[in-house]
Design a protein around this ligand. Structure first.
Ligand code: LMR
Ligand code: MN
Length: 433
């Protein structure tokens, strides 16, 4: 206040205040005009671009417009490009974080990484910025990068719980090294630090313990996840859930409301089997399970529908089954499930696991099962086996585990269907999984 500001700055401040006042009065058309003028006349004033960015992101929300959101992102980038010329760390940081949030939302992973790096460069002593970067890599399932960034962070801050968590998740997923991952995951989650209390992290720790055969401790972790409202129950551990759906491990056809559709499929089980067997004789048609659920053995699938969409090429190769499934839209159109052939070779074990959502039920139409005594499907606390021509219906959001201790392959058609308690609106609007 003691030294008079130059006149140019004075009028800039004045015009900026006026433009911001238009935002507060929700005079968006006028505000936009004011900011356009401002950034023309004062292109080298960082605050002109910051105000512009904030206005544009508000408009993007109001108009639900991605084009506006891109304009906001660009304005934020122009502001951030001033770097050292921006006086306030706090404002620089929060602008960077908003920009990252928008880029993530638009799915622009690499661009958000660039902004993260800009923030880290400016504030190298803040581990949270590095954790935010590894989190961005985590959401893009870029586990090599997660490991790299988290390892760097741990070099400087070995006790940082979020970096420990990210590092543990990375080595679990990249190397399947559960021994090494465990202390990182355990430490992090027990710390209850911000950024460590997500359902997904509890599941990762529980799974790590299960794969080390420390079942009691796994149950305890899952119990804590339930107590903290992160997962539905110790046995039902899906993360994408709708409230108030009936939840039980096994279902009878009559309970599903789809009895007639299921009967129709069952009546055709031998022609479905013919088709599946001829597909199996082609090398390369079936693809390995890719979710790291196999402990040992061979387990492959041939997908007909996924996320409610038909797999064109595969359906051409399986016209009979696909035709039958098209007449069952509650299954083939289920955006939270799949329809697929699933073949399991002898000497296979699938680790205990849960599906991602409580919004579907899963049926197996058993096509080939020569050794029912040597195979087993456990869902929650009950074990059953496959019998040719028969249907098994279970809710795969409940923990399940599979053994094949026989000598010959087992083949089923997996048929996911919308949970019968979902309304028509939910079936129409739920996001695909
Ligand atoms: C599963 O859904 O995890 C398994 O039951 C699939 C299969 O082929 O047994
Ligand atoms: Mn499963």
């Amino acid at each position: 206040a003691s030294t008079p500001a130059p006149a140019a700055e004075d009028s800039f401040q004045q015009e900026l205040r006026k433009a911001n006042a238009e935002i507060i009065r929700e005079n968006y058309v006028q505000a936009l005009r004011s900011f356009n003028t401002l950034i023309q006349h004062y292109a080298d004033e960082p605050l002109a671009h910051l105000g512009h960015a904030r206005l544009l992101e508000r408009l993007a929300e109001k108009e639900r417009s991605n084009q506006r959101l891109w304009q906001a992102i660009d304005a934020y980038k122009r502001y951030l490009a001033f770097g050292e010329l921006v006086a306030s760390d706090g404002e620089f940081l929060s602008a960077g974080e908003r920009c990252i949030q928008h880029l993530r939302f638009m799915g622009y992973h690499q661009q958000s990484v660039n902004i993260h790096e800009l923030l880290i460069e400016r504030l190298p002593a803040d581990p949270r910025l590095r954790n935010q970067l590894s989190f961005t890599h985590l959401t893009a399932n870029n586990m090599r990068q997660v490991k790299l960034v988290a390892a760097e962070t741990l070099k400087l801050w070995p006790d940082d719980p979020v970096a420990q968590l990210h590092f543990g998740l990375a080595i679990k997923q990249l190397h399947g090294d559960y021994e090494q991952a465990l202390p990182y995951l355990q430490n992090a989650i027990e710390s209850k630090a911000e950024g460590t209390q997500e359902g997904y992290f509890y599941l990762a720790l529980g799974e790590t313990l299960q794969r080390l055969y420390r079942q009691q401790e796994a149950v305890e972790v899952h119990r804590q996840g339930v107590a903290r409202g992160l997962i539905p129950s110790v046995y039902q551990r899906s993360l994408y859930n709708e409230p108030q759906l009936r939840a039980q491990p096994f279902w009878q056809p009559s309970e599903t409301g789809y009895a007639s559709q299921l009967r129709k499929l069952q009546e055709n089980w031998m022609s479905i089997r013919e088709e599946a067997l001829s597909l199996l004789s082609h090398r390369g048609y079936f693809a390995d399970e890719t979710e790291n659920l196999r402990h040992k053995g061979i387990w492959q699938q041939f997908e007909l529908f996924a996320k409610g969409q038909l797999h064109g090429k595969n359906c051409q190769r399986a016209p009979i089954t696909c035709g039958l499934m098209k007449a069952f839209p509650e299954s083939s159109g289920c955006r939270r499930g799949q329809v697929k052939f699933s073949v399991m070779q002898a000497e296979t074990h699938v680790w205990p696991h849960c599906g991602p959502t409580n919004c579907r039920l899963r049926a197996h139409l058993t096509l080939v099962a020569p050794e029912p005594e040597q195979t087993s499907l456990r869902v929650a606390e009950r074990e059953i086996t496959w019998r040719e021509g028969e249907l098994i219906i279970f809710d795969d959001s409940f923990e399940h585990e599979v053994w094949h201790n026989g000598t010959r392959p087992r083949l089923v058609l997996i048929i996911d269907m919308w949970h019968p308690d979902l309304t028509a609106t939910q079936r129409r609007t739920l996001t695909a999984i």
